[in-house]
Write a protein that binds this ligand. Structure first.
Ligand code: 5GP
Length: 187
């Protein structure tokens, strides 16, 4: 059976990775979305095992020691990581697997899996990114500022990716991403 392909979507918080991917999710049954582990607290409406596996710091560090992560990173005071076993299992089953992760983790995947397709989702401008992060209302101002500080660093790496999609308009950006999948599937 054909093995699946690994797709890594990265880019700063607020660029719209989640929104774009949730649109694609509705439309493409061949994609498996990896569920990450994190030590950050669940937001209202988030459920363990759905948006994330919510772990304590001790549990997360134990999994680091066990080499359970394909990649992990510290991002704004918390750990985030991709468990390797479920990703490999789905690829073996022939699913294309999608990771939605921050930039340090994406670069680790690029090193370990050079055949992964690397996609950077960029905001139309830094000002727009700040407006979206604040408008979303999921973080207090102190955390928003930390995310924006991190975003400045993350944006410097966009040229290292196979594809850069500017999320200026959702339908257009979704179509561009569909084109990326089609190109890699030889469709
Ligand atoms: P949030 O707290 O907004 O859910 O996520 C913060 C950042 O961590 C986002 O850029 C998100 O894409 C990233 N992230 C989510 N899961 C992972 C993961 O498994 N590994 C890494 N490196 N970053 C992740």
């Amino acid at each position: 059976m054909r093995k699946g392909k690994l797709y890594v979507f990265t880019g700063p918080s607020g660029a719209g990775k989640g929104t774009l991917l949730s649109r694609l999710r509705e439309q493409d049954g061949r994609l498996f979305y990896s569920i990450s582990a994190t030590t950050r607290a669940p937001r209202p409406g988030e459920t363990d095992g759905v948006q994330y596996y919510f772990l304590t710091k001790a549990d997360f560090e134990q999994k680091i020691a066990q080499n359970a992560f394909l990649e992990y990173a510290r991002y704004v005071d918390n750990y985030y990581g991709t468990l390797e076993a479920p990703v490999n299992a789905k690829l073996d089953e022939g699913y294309d697997v999608v990771l939605e992760i921050e930039v340090q983790g994406a670069m680790q995947v690029h090193e370990k899996r050079p055949d992964a397709v690397m996609v950077f989702i960029a905001p139309p401008s830094f000002e727009e990114l700040a407006a979206r992060l604040r408008g979303r209302g999921t973080e207090d101002e102190d955390k928003v500022l930390k995310r924006l500080e991190t975003a400045k660093e993350e944006l410097k790496h966009q040229n290292e990716f196979d594809h850069v999609v500017v999320n200026d308009e959702i339908d257009r950006a979704v179509d561009e991403i569909k084109g990326i999948f089609a190109a890699h599937r030889g469709a």
